[in-house]
Ligand binder design. Structure first.
Ligand SMILES: [Zn+2]
Length: 464
């Protein structure tokens, strides 16, 4: 199967230029001017007036995550389908080691969830809940199997929490096996004290969640884990950075030349603490770290422009408002943490970033596709428009507007955090390894077509 994408503007992290893209089978065969007629093709897709971009890569999703007695609602089928509608053609999801179980059991469980179900390609990171001699040894094996990143938490005492010694041991191991430690950096021990005080003082609504998780406790934990990584002489990647205090810690470290990396998420760029108000309605916006006051947003944009933040991913973790979020009526601590977002990331950042004049379209491609590919061992197979790269491509209309709504989105969740928001920009045609999976709002892909991606170690993070 050969497909010619003609007359579009190729937009990559490096630059933009008019070019045709010839796809042969799974891969990009040629990129250049006026390729029409140069080879027999089965289909020509006219991309006049539109961008041709590498498919989005979302390196932070939680399909079917168990949390607080329930499960995130998107499966690998529904979640990757929604991702494809939104122009994202690769996800890296977090397999979970449950306390007392092996990493292997957790990874096997995630392979079982994804295999035969995902509609686009996927990889895994591993959440480590227990750092001990056995799991440390297992890390080496996972790195060899293409699962080279391990997420640890300074938050969620009693669930995912690791103390500094455990974090440091895992970091030491990655110094030897080439893996990368990803950190959820909030001081969960202090937050639990404040949250209990907040409930005792009578604030049980979702706003309490936002009030109890102080930004300074994200800043403190971010600095702490960066310094632990410095001591272990390894790179570190901060997930879902939300607070300017945490960004300050990353910036200072990077100015010192340390390999500290961080992502933020659309919810921290476009939503704020105010959304957690309005009584229990605010439960729709409960995630950790919490939404911050709006004054953090310009700082995060500055971080994206100056490359102190390298990636925007979603932390997609959807729970229905009715039947799941309401587990926390009367106590915000029992609200399942997480928001839907895998479908909206590319459009929100195009609209609120590129159209709003905050970032260039090239930077938009970089933070949503190319940088995650580089940091997570997928480049140049993913995140690039180049000969030999996987033909994960999006024909993106930068002028078309649509309104985000739970009534029309494809995520398996009963609300949208961006309900009624109009965005400029949308994915018209989406290809996953050469096959059209979405065309003009219709799904044309296939359950099970997505493949597991064995990813390389984080050499980029070590050298950048
Ligand atoms: Zn997460």
């Amino acid at each position: 199967m050969r497909t010619l994408i003609a007359n579009g503007t190729v937009v990559t992290a490096e630059g933009s230029y008019p070019a045709d893209v010839l796809v042969d089978g799974d891969q990009i065969a040629q990129v250049g001017a006026s390729l029409a007629g140069s080879a027999a093709v089965d289909e020509t897709i006219d991309a006049t007036g539109r961008y041709v971009i590498p498919g989005g890569i979302d390196v932070h999703t939680h399909m079917e995550l168990p949390f607080g007695g329930t499960f995130a609602k998107d499966t690998f089928e529904t979640g990757t389908r929604a991702a494809a509608f939104g122009g994202t053609t690769t996800i890296v999801d977090f397999a979970v080691q449950s306390r007392g179980k092996s990493l292997r059991e957790g990874l096997d469980a995630w392979h079982a969830k994804a295999e035969g179900n995902a509609v686009v390609d996927y990889g895994f990171h591993m959440i480590m809940s227990d750092v001990n001699d056995d799991t440390l040894a297992e890390m080496d094996q996972l790195v060899a199997e293409g699962v080279p990143d391990f997420k640890l938490f300074t938050a969620y005492p009693g669930v995912f929490f690791s103390d500094d010694g455990a974090i440091f041991r895992a970091m030491q191991r990655t110094a030897k096996n080439g893996g990368l430690i990803m950190m959820h950096a909030e001081n969960g021990l202090a937050i639990d004290v404040i949250a209990a005080d907040t409930v005792a003082a009578g604030t049980t609504d979702p706003i309490g969640h936002g009030l109890a998780r102080y930004p300074v406790l994200e800043g403190e934990a971010t600095n702490r884990v960066i310094r632990l990584a410095q001591a272990a002489n390894v790179p570190v990647y901060i997930v879902h950075l939300s607070a300017s205090e945490a960004l300050d810690a990353v910036r200072v470290a990077r100015d010192e030349g340390l390999p500290a990396f961080a992502e933020t998420c659309p919810q921290y760029l476009f939503l704020s603490l105010d959304d957690l108000g309005h009584g229990f309605e605010g439960a729709k916006f409960v995630c950790s770290p919490p939404l911050r006051t709006a004054d953090h947003q310009p700082e995060l944009w500055k971080g994206l422009v100056k490359d102190d933040l390298q990636v925007v991913s979603t932390d997609h973790c959807p729970f229905d408002f009715h039947g799941q979020k309401d587990l926390g009526v009367g106590d915000f601590r029992k609200i399942p943490n997480g928001l839907p977002g895998v479908e909206d990331r590319m459009d929100l950042l195009h609209d609120g970033g590129v159209v709003a004049g905050k970032i260039t379209k090239e930077r938009w491609v970089e933070i949503t596709s190319t940088a995650p590919a580089r940091l997570f061992g997928l480049y140049p197979r993913k995140g690039a428009i180049a000969v030999g790269a996987d033909a994960d491509l999006v024909i993106y209309d930068p002028t078309r507007s649509h309104t985000i709504s739970a009534r029309t989105h494809h995520m398996n969740v009963d609300y949208s955090c961006y309900e009624g928001r109009s965005v400029t920009g949308g994915s018209d045609v989406v290809l996953s390894r050469g096959s059209v999976v979405v065309r003009d709002g219709t799904f044309t892909g296939r359950k099970g077509a997505g493949r597991f991606l064995r990813r390389a170690t984080a050499d980029y993070a070590r050298m950048a």
